[in-house]
Design a binder for this molecule. Structure first.
Ligand code: C2O
Length: 444
């Protein structure tokens, strides 16, 4: 077990992409941002210094932050933003966790300027005009793979990420959908992908041609370079409004390049799924469950489009964030019910501070009489794509005292209010109570 120190300077950087020059917000001038490395149980200490005029926080997505919610990062939930010129030191452990996590800004739509997609206009302006209009947000100007859009866009013919592979070797690819508002498919021409991890938990291996990730979802996949030596395209295309947007012109393309391939060889195109493929609801099973599996929940909540409908509330969305107190140790079952019918995407519902077992999901309305639950080997995740027009059931033990945001990871939905907060309260105190906030926690 070791302690890892990082220095994050939040600073703007002038970038030219797609024949357009603008300032983007970066960490240490990097786009995409720096990778934080750690091993299971390590302590991570990151000093974040804000050298921009904007408010900033950083969230360590997927890290359960056991007894350390002060370092979780969602702005105005567990901390005020780090203001211009100020700094804050995040300090937490990766206790009993390993895999791929995702750090991102957690204040307004700023995470979109840090990485994932590429936007030519200023994102804060896009956020303001979108919210003022009440309409759907615009699509990113380009999708990117490791910051590179690939040849499909204006002026991007040479801006291509290349992954060099040795023939016959097997690689682990860490996939993160860091986009703001679109679910994405990923495929590699002529190659199979074997999913082995979702949301930083092992899964039963599952082999497929294409994977789909909602914003905020992470997957690790294995891919073997078992094809004739050559160049193959790796494509990321958006899935939105219940159908795949015509992807020929807007997919990000990277080059999956076998060492020894002739440099002039053309990429084979990656095949992306057809409109009726039901990839959206595919989830994967965890190998086994642990002794803390909540098989007899005592609290039951039903969510309709993100708001709990068996907790008294107004029909209009609120100006504040709804909170619900859970007594420490409660075993909780939540049903997410999506009531969308046409042209609406799945909702990637993300929970801070806990992972949860996905015990069921399906189309249509949840019906406790007919719903089938998997209580044997349910996947253990922190973001679940609630199927469009369908439902998902999750269970967790509220065993991490603190304040925990639960929200749709599609930023426009979060802005419209698709989120709430659980306060896990240990009234008895004892060993499992939340320590007081750190002295340098930013003030509003
Ligand atoms: Cu990546 Cu509040 O989430």
């Amino acid at each position: 077990v070791s302690t890892r120190f990082y220095d994050f300077k939040v600073q703007t950087k002038r970038v030219t992409k797609l024949c357009n020059t603008k300032d983007i917000v970066t960490i240490n001038g990097k786009f995409p941002g720096p990778v934080v490395y750690a091993q299971e149980d390590d302590r991570i200490i990151v000093k974040v210094t804000n050298k921009t005029p904007f408010n900033i926080t950083i969230h360590w997505h997927g890290i359960r932050q056991r007894l350390s919610c002060w370092y979780d990062g969602p702005s105005y939930i567990t901390q005020c933003p780090i203001q211009a010129g100020q700094s804050f030191t995040y300090n937490f452990t990766v206790a009993k966790q390993k895999g791929t996590f995702f750090w991102h800004a957690h204040v307004s739509w700023l995470r979109g300027t840090v990485y994932g997609e590429y936007w030519m206009k200023d994102l804060q302006e896009i956020e303001h005009s979108t919210l003022a209009s009440g309409g759907a947000p615009p699509r990113a100007d380009a999708f990117t793979i490791n910051g590179h859009p690939g040849p499909n866009y204006n002026c991007s013919i040479n801006d291509v990420y290349q992954l060099d592979v040795v023939p016959r070797k097997t690689y682990l690819l860490r996939l993160i959908n860091a986009g703001l508002n679109t679910e994405n498919f990923l495929a590699i021409a002529n190659h199979k992908l074997t999913i082995v991890e979702a949301d930083a938990e092992y899964t039963k291996p599952f082999t497929t041609d294409t994977v789909m990730l909602g914003p905020g979802q992470t997957l690790n996949v294995l891919v073997t370079a078992d094809q004739p030596v050559g160049k193959y395209s790796m494509a990321v295309a958006p899935y939105k409004s219940g159908r795949i947007v015509h992807y020929q012109n807007i997919s990000a393309i990277a080059c999956f390049n076998y060492l020894g391939a002739a440099s002039e060889s053309l990429y084979l195109p990656a095949k992306l799924p057809k409109l009726d493929d039901k990839l959206a609801v595919k989830t994967n099973k965890k190998g086994s469950y642990t002794e803390d599996f909540p098989d007899t929940p005592s609290k039951f909540y039903n969510f309709v489009n993100g708001a709990p409908n068996n907790i008294p509330h107004d029909t209009q969305s609120l100006n504040g964030t709804r909170t619900k107190v859970l007594e420490y140790g409660s075993k909780v079952q939540l049903i997410f019910q999506d009531t969308g019918t046409v042209n609406i995407e799945n909702h990637p519902m993300h929970f801070h501070g806990h992972s949860f077992y996905v015990v069921g999901y399906g189309t249509g309305n949840y019906n406790p009489q007919t719903a089938k639950f998997n209580l044997v080997d349910p996947p253990y995740m922190s973001t679940i794509g609630v199927p469009v027009g369908g439902w998902a059931a999750i269970r967790f033990v509220a065993d991490n005292p603190g304040v925990w945001y639960m929200h749709c990871h599609i930023d426009i939905h979060q802005s419209w209010g698709l989120g709430m907060v659980f306060i896990v309260y240990n009234g008895k105190g004892e060993s499992e109570s939340l320590p007081p906030p750190p002295a340098d926690l930013p003030q509003c």
